[in-house]
Design a protein around this ligand. Sequence first.
Ligand code: HEM
Length: 343
Amino acid sequence: METKQRMPVYYSEYLQLDKILNAQQPESNKEGVRADDEMMFIIIHQTYELWFKQILHELSIVREIFKQDNIHNSTPDIYNSVHRLKRVCSILEVAVMQMGIMETMTPLDFLDFRDLLRPASGFQSIQFKIIEATLGLQYEQRHGKAYYLSQLTPADVERVKQAESELSLLTLLNQWLERMPFVKNTAYWQDADASFWAKYRGAYSASLMEGEQQNMNLFDSLFIDDKQYPEGRSFSADASRNALFIMLYRDHPLLQLPYDLLNTLLEIDEQLSMWRHRHIHMVQRTIGKRVGTGGSTGAAYLKGAADSHYVFKELAELTSFLLPRNHLPQLPESLIKDLGYFG
Ligand code: HEM
């Protein structure tokens, strides 16, 4: 077969540097005002947007993997997903550190050009909002919903709504957890008095300190009661049970990768939270108690979003129900075999 002749690739063309390096147009230049830091301000935002693009690329691959009905722990898919999600964590770590460069701009430097930016704001970063939505943040959970709609163009509102209407990683994770193999229709899992969960309930209850007794209410509603969707939860009872089981018995070979997946999603939430808090500190230092260029209450708005935009909070909460290894119910031999490589 004849091989197709390809044009040699040239560095600057491959990277389309003519577009990227000509995309910095400071407003201060247009106005003839001297503001030496506006170039850095533009480049840092552009860099963030490029990283956001890469994060969305990774998340969309992971989402496609999890959309498959038959995704199974023994395929390369889960490893591939964990690998990509860990890359997202690494990018977010850089995103957090990058705030240090932003902070080299003093409040006075920013005032040189700040008024020229109004009403533009990082709040209008659609990619950031699509990342939140792809992970699983829904419109109803957003802090300052009315403000949110007033700041975006109708086309951008549509883009975010479209992202919110698609299956999020949170929803797909719930479906995947519900399908966990090993949990079979047997007395070991289902008997009201002798099941794994009845035994675990006894051990957990015995471990509680005074003042922790109310934990049993949530324990029962998540793991014992029959209601498949406990009030106000994203995870079904089956998904919560299976996620906790993975966390408890994660040393067994077949649960190691699923545990890595859960842990990496928690890490993404944590890194995003670190980014939000680093951004808040930087904002407080740069504009103090002034409102944002986007017209929000500034740091106060950002604190509200930081507190309420955790996506995998139900997963994080499961750590309240862990027990030390030596208190865990002994698993039956057949289940231990199922959880090993040669089961
Ligand atoms: C001098 C530097 C910065 C200041 C003073 C600042 C200030 C603010 C303020 C006050 C808000 C709230 C909305 C508003 O009223 O405008 C906001 C939101 C936001 N900013 Fe910044 N920002 C800065 C740099 C950055 C950078 C470098 C990024 C990187 C992309 C960024 C991304 C965002 C995002 C994504 C939001 C929305 C956050 C959310 O809704 O939870 N900002 N910023």
